[in-house]
Design a protein around this ligand. Structure first.
Ligand SMILES: [Zn+2]
Ligand SMILES: [Zn+2]
Length: 363
């Protein structure tokens, strides 16, 4: 008997209807085809963008939707045997078109970029079928309850990589040039080539949500003095426990060589531009959709480098390596673990009771 016929015929899923009704239901199992893999979901993280989709239906191209793009689990069935049964994996959330000019450079630059959970069923369910090319195998010594952070960590790591590459060129005496050598990250390469003789530049991070916390942790571990600005006291305590200096608002009269906007509140970009030193870097990773007013002369006269950072490029395997190196460093970032039926109510209360760290579900 093949694993397909042995599998139960349906499983639990949190389904979002086109009228934005969210309900737990049984959905039929779909056997994986060639080039696909059936994954038993262990943990799925809740992303802020999921909340946006639940409230608006934006970005969904396949209804009814099963959201969830921060997913880890174990292989249940892989017909062409590319992955052994039981193999722990994390899912690649990106679904690029593979044909456009952006895709020629990097999947996250795809002009048609879609995401797991929006263009195809995601991880708010017990079992999910994805292409074999969309999974990254996990080492046996990375606990799955920490591996669920791999996708958001890849997003944070991409923002940090883009920032550090630019910061190496700042006139701070730090990192006179980024020498590409062996190592997983620019930090490793810099360390191995001994170019971090000066203190890495100070960094101000706006926003202490999961991405802000992960960026703070990575920048802090790379030696950058970090300040996290976050109005929520619980999030400030978490950032402080991870090694950052924290404050409720941006300290008046101070400026930083590097500012990272992981907040996305209505004036966060103007605030970031006002807080950065002349010749400094502002990296924007928060996905905010409101227009803001800027004065171009300020950018010109201050020679500000503004960097956008979208999703991730080659950082998902790097994030897995980073998590595996010290899982206990990252576990405190997960502050709530829920069962699938608890999620609709938790999403309802999200704005009034913002979570301190990452919320995960065990479908
Ligand atoms: Zn996300
Ligand atoms: Zn494309």
């Amino acid at each position: 008997m093949s694993p397909n016929t042995a599998a139960p015929s349906s499983h639990s899923a949190l389904v979002l209807d086109r009228d934005l009704r969210l309900h737990v239901d049984q959905v039929p199992d779909r056997p994986p085809g060639n080039g696909e893999v059936l994954v038993e979901v262990a943990w799925t993280g809740i992303c802020g963008s999921d909340l946006h989709v639940v409230q608006t239906g934006d970005w969904v191209t396949s209804w009814p939707a099963i959201l969830g793009h921060e997913v880890c689990g174990r292989v249940l069935d892989c017909p062409d045997a590319a992955l052994p049964t039981g193999q722990p994996v994390v899912l690649d959330s990106r679904v690029p078109c593979g044909r456009c000019r952006g895709c020629e450079r990097a999947a996250n630059l795809c002009s048609e970029l879609a995401w797991l959970g929006e263009c195809r069923p995601g991880g708010y369910q017990q079992r999910v079928v994805v292409p074999v090319s969309s999974v990254v195998a996990l080492p046996a010594d990375l606990p799955l309850d920490v591996a669920v952070l791999a996708e958001p960590l890849a997003v944070a790591q991409h923002a940090v990589h883009r920032t550090v590459r630019a910061a190496a060129s700042l006139r701070t005496g730090w990192g006179p040039e980024l020498v590409e050598g062996p190592g997983n990250t620019p930090f490793d390469r810099l360390r191995e080539h001994g170019t971090t003789s000066q203190t890495p530049p100070r960094c101000l991070i706006l926003g202490g949500g999961p991405i802000g916390q992960l960026v703070a942790l990575l920048m802090s571990d790379a030696g950058h003095p970090i300040r996290v600005v976050e109005p929520d006291p619980g999030r400030r305590r978490l950032a402080a426990a991870l090694g950052a200096t924290v404050s409720e608002s941006i300290p008046a009269g101070a400026s930083w060589p590097v500012v990272i906007d992981a907040a996305g509140y209505p004036r966060s970009l103007p605030d970031a531009l006002a807080a950065v030193e002349r010749g400094g870097i502002v990296t924007v990773v928060a996905l905010a959709h409101h227009p803001v007013e800027l004065t171009p002369a300020d950018l010109v006269e201050h020679e500000t480098i503004v960097i956008g950072s979208s999703g991730f490029d080659d950082e998902l395997p790097i994030a897995v390596t980073t998590l595996t190196s010290d899982p206990s460093r990252f576990r405190p970032l997960i502050t709530e673990a829920l069962e699938l039926p608890e999620l609709p109510d938790r999403l309802q209360r999200w704005r009034q009771e913002p979570p301190t760290g990452k919320v995960v579900i065990r479908p």
